[in-house]
Design a binder for this molecule. Sequence first.
Ligand SMILES: [Zn+2]
Length: 184
Amino acid sequence: MSDEGSLSQLRVPLERLQRLDPIRTWKVEVRADQLEEVKTPLRIGDVFVPSHHPVVVDVVLAKVSEGVAVNGTVVANWVAECSRCLRTIEGDALAQVEELFEENPREGESYPLGDEFLDLAAMVREAVLLELPVGVVRCPNTQECLEAAPEYASAKRKSGDEAEDSERRDPRWAALDELTFEEE
Ligand SMILES: [Zn+2]
């Protein structure tokens, strides 16, 4: 990894773009709370990026006549509570960014280009928020989720005497309990 790659900063010094041999890529990993400083936590409804989770920014910078074009990806790992079984689920928000930074930014169109720095924070933040899932969030595996749902567990408890046992068992294996094997 180059020295540019290891810089854990969202502020790109413009001087680096103006050198004879300018940097072209900016790959950094920051903690989500570095983006919270801008405004509020990275959250849409019940889906959020925990403060300590990494947000990976991998972009290509190009000087253009209007300013600096920034293209690449932003990836953040979100968590949420499954709306049916209430277990914690997680996923990656992968955002493609294609933005322009210019001296006189246009509202909703481009981002401001500072005198010395190109600050990626607002762009990264907005990119992540746009990719967080909205609406009802549930486990990817419907069968497991159904069996781990509180209604299912309580129904099973009423029907049998293995309540304590089923509580202790990892719900992820519940589906396996249903399987029967023909051979030894
Ligand atoms: Zn679930």
